[in-house]
Design a protein. Structure first.
Ligand SMILES: *Cc1c(COP(=O)(O)O)cnc(C)c1O
Length: 387
């Protein structure tokens, strides 16, 4: 279990990003946290160890990352996992057969796949509602509901959920609020400070930021919840290796700088697309035309670089995507390089077509993860691709 030092919270975000959870190596003074590539730890004498017994439970590199992430999210305890989905699966092990979870109806595609095709077989039940209106969440609550899972902004339609409002509803019903903060990152959105109980990340995305590993994380404030998560982490063992933990730790050192650059590029590209296609064809919470722009301004301190736009048909989407040169056609998001994705056939292919149609993931929708290349080159690329 990781507990950050209290004094870390008095420092600004950038200082915490670079230092929190990390101390120069006591053996050599190495400024960077070593990659403790070990499975076990020698004891000085029987039952006399240094706090580390076996690396599934605890590893110093992973621990540095967990403390760092806790400090960035304004939490107390962080837990690193081998993937985002491994993390979500472990979070769901907090609940038991018969419990119901109320979920947003526009979650990352892999999340409902895990819920509806695997976890239902263990007696967990999931209800999906449009969480843009907190009233829908209130109506879905009941004595069997143990948690609410939302993602804000969502993937790929950039729907927002009012975290404070939904946290209040959850707490009135003794249910935990779990917020997937992968898109906004703690640079732009701070769910724990707005009432959430668990912040979830696919660290694969912005936190690592360099598209070179897969990982997940959960951050909490409550000590009892942390003890339960640590027990699940050690028992179920969906942990990352120390090298992957180290890569994320290296990534978070520049998170604040990267997010500022992503945000600037994201705004410029959203404005360009809105101008070209009409604002109603572009989904980006930073556009004044976004139906929840006021909530975005209240809840987020930046809008990021995830943008979706409607091209009208799969043929149009295909033609534009195949002409892109700087943007790569790829799944995933959040790296320094720009990516273009066709949700209906790529990231959201596992979402049943009826549900895709219901939430508005059309065949003509393209989702961009805008990187931090020179904005001139990105705009030129889109311009030539759109003809
Ligand atoms: C990628 C992603 C996940 C899943 O994480 P993995 O690291 O791919 O397992 C969950 N939520 C969101 C919003 C994501 O983008």
């Amino acid at each position: 279990m990781s507990r950050i030092f209290d004094e870390d919270l008095t420092y600004g975000f950038g200082t915490r990003a670079i230092h929190a959870g990390q101390r120069p190596d006591p053996v050599s003074g190495a400024i960077m946290t070593p990659i403790y590539q070990t499975s076990t730890y020698a004891q000085d004498a029987l039952n006399q160890h240094k706090g580390y017994e076996y690396a599934r439970g605890k590893n110093p590199t992973r621990e540095a990352l967990e403390r760092n992430l806790a400090a960035l999210e304004g939490g107390v305890h962080g837990f690193a996992f081998g993937s985002g989905m491994g993390c979500m699966d472990s979070i769901m092990k907090l609940f038991k057969s018969g419990d119901r979870i109320v979920c947003a109806d526009n979650l990352y595609g892999g999340t409902p796949r895990l819920f509806d095709r695997i976890l239902v077989n263990y007696g967990l039940r999931f209800s999906y509602v449009d969480t843009r209106d907190p009233q829908h969440v209130a109506e879905a609550m009941g004595p069997d509901v143990r948690a609410i899972v939302v993602e804000t902004p969502t993937n790929p339609l950039m729907h927002l959920t009012d975290i404070t409002a939904v946290a209040e509803i959850g707490h009135a019903h003794n249910a935990l609020l779990i917020v997937d903060n992968t898109f906004a990152t703690p640079v732009f959105q701070r769910p724990l400070e707005q009432g959430a109980d668990i912040v979830f990340h696919s660290t694969t995305k912005y936190l690592n930021g360099h598209s070179d590993m897969i990982g997940g994380a959960a951050i909490v404030r409550d000590d009892d919840l942390a003890a339960r998560l640590q027990f699940i982490l050690n028992s179920a063992g969906a942990v990352p290796g120390p090298f992957d933990a180290w890569l994320v730790l290296r990534g978070t050192k520049t998170l604040h700088l990267r997010m500022a650059a992503h945000d600037a590029n994201g705004r410029a590209i959203a404005a360009f697309l809105a101008d070209r296609l009409g604002a109603d064809q572009v989904f980006y919470p930073g556009l004044p035309s976004h139906p929840q722009h006021e909530l975005a301004k209240r809840q987020m301190s930046g809008f990021g670089a995830m943008i979706s736009f409607e091209t009208g048909s799969k043929e149009n989407a295909r033609a534009i995507m195949n002409r892109l040169k700087v943007f790569s056609i790829a799944e995933s998001l959040g790296g320094v390089e720009s990516l273009a994705n066709h949700p209906a056939s790529m990231t959201h292919a596992s979402v049943p077509p009826e549900r895709r149609a219901k939430i508005g993931i059309t065949e003509g929708l393209i989702r961009l993860s805008v990187g931090v290349e020179d904005i001139r080159d990105l705009l030129k690329d889109l311009e030539q691709a759109m003809g």
